[in-house]
Design a protein around this ligand. Sequence first.
Ligand code: UDX
Length: 481
Amino acid sequence: MEQCPTAHVLIFPFPAQGHVNSMLKLAELLCLAGIHVTFLNTDFIHDRLVRYTDIETRFSCYPGFQFKTVSDGLSADHPRSLDKFMELYDSLNSKTKPLLREMLASNQLGSNTRPSLTCIIVDGLISIFTSDIANELQIPIIYFRTISASCFWAFFSVPNMIEAGELPVRGNEDMDHLITTVPGMEGFLRYRDLPSFCRGIDLNHFNLPIFVTETQRSPQAHALILNTFEDLEGPALFHIRTHCSKVYTIGPLHSLLKFQLEAKRSLSQSQSSNSLFEVDRSCMTWLDAQPLKSVIYVSFGSISTMTKDEHMEFWFGLVNSKKRFLWVLRSDSIAGEHDRNEVPIELVEGTKERGYIVSWTPQEEVLDHHAIGGFLTHSGWNSTLESVVAGLPMICWPYFGDQQLNSRFVSEVWKLGLDMKDVCDRFIVEQMVNDLMGERREEFMKSTTKMARLARKSVSEGGSSCCNLDLLVEDIRLMSM
Ligand code: UDX
């Protein structure tokens, strides 16, 4: 790949685990291609990254890389939890925006050894205020989205759905009603599969127009980067490309990065973590002692919470299935003021026979472990892609946002597993775990093995994601001339 000594990119993720994780991978890929990268974190996120990882040491091997931080405008003790999403979003807009503007206007990111900015790659979720600044200062801007192409396309189609009277979803709607106004998804997308922001119940916490407006502005950006691959989401990408002229699909990013690091023989780096939580590696020792493909991995991502009752339904379902399980229970997983920060003792005590509970795992390594045979997931997009690459069948219990749509694609379109959305019942959990790990395993393994092969092909030399990364690098290099 050609070196780009004069190109310099600012990468700015939305301050949350799934966003920071994938954008750091993009940053490392651009560093490997010889591009200067400034990675902008909020202070809150950067403190956690530094506390729980060796991130600064790891990136110190790239001379063109630097971290910068900026305030998110919230107080140190603000929970920054999902139910306070709009407070964080509004604060970024009102408090962080002027700080970022000043940083860029006074060229604080350039130096004697570092060229001034070539372009900004911003998380599409905060593109509105960033593109205002980029336009004012005439810096090209590229949007990066951490959601699937299919979810992006569903968000893009919201105005069509509203015009046709299919949105908003009202309380008394038949949730199995098929949506007719998202081109390419007419035969299988139901109300219950729409991004959760389309459901009335979510509107207390989220402002649907924000997600729609952020997405609708994408055609105005210089380009759009998506963490997906052509063989997985060709139909949605076809529709997106009728609106956005340059779409770079460079996923699965974690796999592309691993491939490129291995090609450069930086093998030690391919196991590194971008976690905002303390990783408990004891689960790897536990997994080493389990039989091949015998364990179901259970994780609901970095943000979702559930009630103690819901936890108990999952726990009974898992225990009654008599299958082995490794379960991530974050200390803040349990919803409700009183229960917060305590994992129910009966879960921990009653799990010892066949299960293992940890507060955070090295997930990519876990999914690659020979003892893991399936994944009970919340269908976050990173987790979904990580499971696809590992060739694991999934049981999906989507919690919010894009996850409702991802789980429909996993079960109905890609046939990679089962969708348990809108149900939380110990008998269903038990039955699905037994189906996935036993009776229907062969059926799912055919599709998961095939999709894993396509994912690996896409990131290998000559594959679509590998070639698209080269095109993106070339595009950035040309902008710097
Ligand atoms: C949410 C959205 O659902 C997701 O689609 C969007 O792209 C980002 O915001 P989140 O709940 O964080 O994401 O889930 P996910 O996208 O799956 O990301 C979680 C990340 O944390 C994954 O990369 C996973 O490997 C990592 N993880 C999770 C760990 O490293 N250890 C764990 O124990 C659990």
